[in-house]
Ligand binder design. Structure first.
Ligand SMILES: [Fe+2]
Length: 306
């Protein structure tokens, strides 16, 4: 696939300072101009001021300029204008207002983190030592941005923009209301969800293993129980462990580990998931506010008055 990574996400929030403190606690490293860095992916989150919380921009890595030309032609066939720069292609998804920037850049290379040694029946991988998950003392710092999930009032149009226009591949579907799309070897980098209003549902950040999902979330909840949304659990689509938290603007942020990887498009068969499988495989039941965040009505009112 000519696309190879989800490079960054820009989120608009009313109170940048309060939200910035949250993402610093989350383990992202603050830099200049509202940018935050992950350990392996460089600057991957940018916070900007906006009247109401929203997904402003997604940047997506492509291998070479020809890939941008091909995407431009596909967008044109969909009737979507795109602006071609030297190494970028910029297009707006009309329903959600999200700006997508395809940019020519090197592929991400992540240093190999040795597998965590977990003991199992008939399999002693760690003898005479306590588990790394209880010995680690350093704060969790996400390795990279994994995905962004956006709600849209026109599911067909928004998923067509990413899939047929930009060139994302479909990994799985949730009935006819959700599309897990990838622009890398990760199972999904964008999930488009049918919703009563366009909004950012969550961003998701990779950590080393399930212990770091738990350690990261526990540290975030220490003194801030209001940040809890849903976890610990394991998704069905993508298989990843998850724990969702909420930033002060109302955006969810997920720690994840162990997501399915698709190296060969021919060796993956997308499935259409029905019912709870679209949401998760195991874990506590999702709270109602996971699917319909508490501020959705307010966002709808805001959308109508714009
Ligand atoms: Fe997620």
């Amino acid at each position: 696939m000519p696309l190879h990574r989800l490079s960054s996400v820009t989120i608009g929030v009313p109170d940048v300072a309060a939200t910035a403190g949250y993402y610093a606690d989350f383990g992202l490293a603050p830099g200049a101009d509202g940018w935050f860095a992950t350990r392996d992916g460089g600057d991957q989150l940018r916070l900007v001021q906006a009247p109401t919380r929203r997904l402003v921009e997604l940047r997506i890595g492509a291998d070479d300029p020809d890939d941008l030309d091909r995407a431009a032609h596909r967008l044109e066939a969909l009737g979507i204008p795109a602006e071609r720069g030297a190494d970028t292609l910029i297009a707006y998804e009309a329903v959600t207002g999200v700006r997508a920037v395809l940019q020519v850049e090197p592929r991400i290379s992540q240093p190999e983190v040795p597998a965590t040694r977990y003991n199992g029946p008939g399999r002693i991988e760690r003898a005479g030592a306590r588990a790394p998950g209880i010995l680690r003392a350093e704060p969790v710092r996400p390795r990279k941005l994994g995905h962004a999930v956006l709600g849209t009032t026109d599911f067909a149009a928004t998923s067509a923009f990413f899939r047929d226009g930009l060139g994302f591949r479909t990994s799985d579907m949730i009935g006819d209301i959700g599309a897990f799309l990838r622009c890398s070897t990760d199972h999904h980098n964008v999930l488009v969800l049918a919703a009563p209003v366009a909004f950012l549902h969550h961003t998701s950040w990779q950590v080393d293993d399930v212990d770091d999902v738990g350690r990261g979330a526990s540290a975030m909840l220490d003194g801030h129980p209001e940040r809890h949304v849903w976890g610990l659990g394991r998704h069905h689509a993508g298989s990843n462990f998850f724990w969702y938290l909420k930033d002060p603007a109302g955006n969810f942020a997920e720690y994840y580990s162990d997501m399915d990887t698709i190296l060969d498009d021919q060796l993956w068969t997308p499935e259409t998931l029905e019912g709870a499988r679209g949401l998760f495989n195991w874990g506590p039941p999702p709270p109602p506010s996971f699917l319909r965040p508490d501020d959705l009505a307010a966002l709808m009112t805001g959308a109508h008055s714009r």
